[in-house]
Design a protein around this ligand. Structure first.
Ligand SMILES: [Zn+2]
Length: 191
């Protein structure tokens, strides 16, 4: 995938070791939402200890594609990913703003959604998740982004098992994401 094709915005953030972290914002597809931008990402990064960011090369905010839109309901749909110093955040398919499922997600995911303000209710034997722009924004910035940075911090751990590394990233997101938000600068921090 050529991430640099059609780039709309690229800014750079100087890290403590003198290297530059590129922040890239791709044009947004009409069927996707992305209620945050690179400035919001920078504010979140400023709450994470500087040395943890060293080695990060790129954070890309993708804009969605027709192909991704078609797989909006597939099991392997993802919010973000990390690899080789690069964090990628996928835009959110607009039609996923309300989704209904017979099963609840696992507790760690439910808690993350609730912290972000996603409304979860039980209607007609299904669990219904309702996302607003504000809860999508909070979820991506304080949970997904910080979770993926957690994978970066954890990148040299000898035990590469998915279970251990996901548990670490979830802990990292909780500690440096929402808990940091509550302790240091409630709510208005990312505005
Ligand atoms: Zn993860």
């Amino acid at each position: 995938m050529n991430l640099l094709r059609g780039v709309r915005t690229a800014t750079f953030l100087a890290l403590v070791d003198g290297t530059q972290l590129a922040l890239i914002e791709m044009p947004l597809h009409a069927k996707f939402v992305r209620p945050f931008n690179c400035d919001d990402v920078k504010k979140i990064l400023s709450q994470i200890p500087d040395d943890m960011l060293v080695g990060l090369r790129r954070i890309a905010l993708l804009g969605g594609t027709s192909r991704q839109e078609k797989s909006a309901w597939s099991d392997d749909w993802r919010y973000g990913c990390y690899g080789y110093g690069c964090v990628t955040l996928f835009a959110y398919p607009a039609r996923r703003k309300i989704w209904s499922s017979a099963n609840l997600h696992k507790p760690a995911e439910i808690h993350a959604y609730q912290r972000a303000g996603v409304e979860i209710s039980h209607e007609n034997r299904n669990w219904v998740y309702k996302f607003t722009d504000e809860s999508i924004r909070r979820f991506y910035l304080w949970d997904v982004l910080v979770h993926e940075i957690g994978h970066h911090v954890d990148r040299d751990h000898p035990d590469r098992s998915i279970k251990r590394s996901e548990r670490f990233a979830e802990w990292f997101a909780k500690t440096y994401g929402f808990e940091a938000e509550q302790n240091r600068a409630p709510k208005s921090a990312i505005r």
